[in-house]
Design a protein around this ligand. Structure first.
Ligand SMILES: NC(=O)c1ccc[n+]([C@@H]2O[C@H](COP(=O)([O-])OP(=O)(O)OC[C@H]3O[C@@H](n4cnc5c(N)ncnc54)[C@H](O)[C@@H]3O)[C@@H](O)[C@H]2O)c1
Length: 344
């Protein structure tokens, strides 16, 4: 196992989870530098996490530091330029979702890493949440037979604007921010989609983008799924930050609920389990299931660097999810069904 030297770019809201998780993985890598255009944030992160160097300029950091990879945890508009800077220096990257604000930049980012012959991974952490990993294991084992229908639901009234005020300002909001996770999970359980129909709504006053989206996916092989995405719901109890989903298989059904609860049924009977996350010493409720998944995502990246395997959420894999995002926006705008294969 190689011990790696790495840097984190972006020291804002969510990167605190990345930095904590890298600390947990310190036997395998050390964060030797952090970078943020906001000097106070870069310095505060360096102090809090005992990182030796802080920078406000990525080119200066890349010129001064010898790095085995960079973790890009800034918001989407900066991802392409930062990834290109790393690629130019021969440094692999793990990049937060969404990969970019739009399809053109997302493709350009993946192409830049390809041209440089470097591995990359998208920090698409929902797949790595404990209940999803367990549900995927059950489905793969044939517990409910071939999955033919699914409902994937992330509907909350949680005040996400408190931690991420920029979300009120983006024109592509709920689908690009959290719908991208939901669509990715739909791909994991149902396979690729060949048709997308979407309606969006804006419920909260004063925001620029959609805060409700309902997406109907037609999957290759005949499966159907519904993805419900909302930051303006009032469910009781509010499951945030859990995604709830249910699957119908040819031989049974499976449901994942808040609290990491899984219930599945087949000819052998009804089974209840709790797929709790590993303990997170730095965790805080209600985030622990997410925080554990951040660490699991980062562990997967290190595993892939060690083995040379392509990451489950590689750039190319994530472009398939991104095509669903683009197709959903195109469908909402046109009122037509959109084929993801037509996104180019
Ligand atoms: N996977 C998840 O569950 C999850 C949850 C929340 C946020 N996120 C993602 O994490 C990313 C960051 O979100 P956030 O809420 O932490 O944002 P944030 O605005 O709090 O932090 C981003 C930081 O990046 C810095 N930055 C911007 N451009 C930069 C550049 N060119 N060079 C260096 N620093 C730069 C900003 O100054 C800021 O401190 C987003 O892509 C968001 O979608 C993911």
């Amino acid at each position: 196992m190689t011990h790696r030297r790495a840097a984190v770019i972006g020291c804002g809201f969510f990167s605190q989870n990345h930095l904590n998780a890298w600390n947990d993985l310190s036997e395998r890598c050390s964060i030797v530098a952090v970078c943020d255009i906001d000097r106070a944030k870069a310095e505060a992160a360096a102090r809090r996490f005992g990182v030796p160097k802080s920078y406000t300029n990525v080119d200066e950091m890349l010129a001064n530091e010898s790095l085995d990879f960079v973790d890009i945890a800034t918001t989407a508009p900066s991802h392409l330029a930062l990834a290109e800077a790393c690629a130019a220096k021969g440094v692999p990257v793990i990049v937060q979702k969404p990969l970019a604000p739009d399809w053109t930049d997302a493709r350009a980012l993946v192409a830049a890493l390809d041209r440089a012959g470097l591995p990359m991974m998208v920090h698409e952490n929902f797949r790595f949440q404990a209940p999803l990993l367990r549900a995927a294991e059950l489905v793969k084992s044939g517990a409910i037979g071939k999955v033919v229908w699914g409902r994937f639901s992330f509907r909350t009234g949680y005040d996400i604007y408190a931690g991420q005020p920029y979300l009120a300002e983006v024109e592509r909001f709920a689908i690009l921010d959290v719908g991208i996770h939901v669509l990715d999970v739909a791909r994991v359980f149902m396979g690729e989609a060949e048709s997308v129909a979407c309606r969006t709504q804006q419920v909260r006053p004063g925001i620029k983008g959609e805060d409700h989206a309902t997406v109907l996916l037609g999957h290759v092989g005949g499966g159907t799924s519904v993805c419900e995405i909302s930051y303006a719901s009032h469910p009781e109890p509010d499951p945030f930050p859990f995604m709830i989903f249910e699957l119908d298989g040819e031989a049974g059904s499976l449901r994942v609920d808040a609290g990491c609860k899984i219930v599945w049924k087949n000819a052998s009977g009804t089974h209840h389990e709790t797929a709790a996350p590993e303990a997170v010493a730095w965790g805080s409720e209600p985030w622990t299931v997410v925080q554990d998944s951040v660490r699991a995502t980062q562990r997967h990246w290190l595993d892939c660097l060690d083995s040379g395997a392509v990451a489950a959420t590689s750039g190319h894999d994530n472009l398939k999810t991104f095509a669903l995002v683009e197709a959903a926006y195109a469908s909402a705008a046109s009122g037509q069904i959109v084929r993801p294969a037509s996104i180019d």
